[in-house]
Design a protein around this ligand. Structure first.
Ligand SMILES: Cc1cc2nc3c(=O)[nH]c(=O)nc-3n(C[C@H](O)[C@H](O)[C@H](O)COP(=O)(O)O)c2cc1C
Length: 169
């Protein structure tokens, strides 16, 4: 059982090569259900999701981000967004939803990569994606049928664990 839990998590890797095929809508809905199942402070759920499947728009959004250009062949781009202003748990809640989304995509055999947004980068993607003025785009996530394989891994590192006391190992 424990191994199955780890297998599930370790299967998720950042996939940056896609076949260009479309993703069935029900797979996207499953992924979005997983995202919205995430924990959030006071269950505030600050998230909304822009889902783009139009090829020209996928391309324009991915090219607006200096490290997401690989996403032009993705079947979809999802941008989790929400009202960040005045909500102190925004980043933590959005990160939880984003990781859930990635885990679900991996279990469905899809490839995806979390491309972070902040500052000028967020502004560029925000404008190309047409997000409303009063929201913040948390991440740009190209999702596609994978054209590359990466081995599962946990990156478990005993040196980073301090049982009972931070000075111990
Ligand atoms: C906050 C954040 C921002 C990231 N931004 C990018 C990005 O802009 N472009 C990219 O290709 N990968 C990005 N990544 C993916 C990381 O490079 C990747 O998770 C890391 O190298 C570990 O590899 P793995 O996801 O396969 O385990 C980002 C990941 C996180 C969590």
């Amino acid at each position: 059982m424990a191994e199955r839990a780890l297998e599930f998590i370790a299967k998720r890797r950042s996939i940056r090569k896609f076949t260009g095929e479309a993703i069935p809508r029900d797979a996207l809905v499953t992924i979005l259900k997983a995202a919205m199942a995430a924990p959030s402070a006071n269950n505030a759920r600050p998230w909304e999701f822009l889902v783009v499947t139009d090829r020209a728009k996928i391309s324009a959004i991915c090219r607006a981000h200096p490290y997401a250009g690989f996403g032009v062949d993705a079947g979809a781009v999802i941008i989790p967004f929400g009202k960040k202003e005045g909500y102190k748990w925004f980043d933590q809640d959005m990160a939880a939803a984003t990781e859930n989304l990635l885990l679900a995509a991996a279990q469905l055999g899809l490839g995806a990569t979390w491309c972070g947004l902040h500052g000028e980068l967020e502004e560029r993607v925000h404008s190309v994606a047409g997000l409303p003025d009063d929201v913040f785009g948390f991440a740009l996530i190209p999702i596609g049928i994978p054209a590359e394989e990466k081995p599962p891994r946990t990156q478990y590192d005993e040196k980073r664990i301090h049982w009972e006391d931070c000075r111990s190992q």
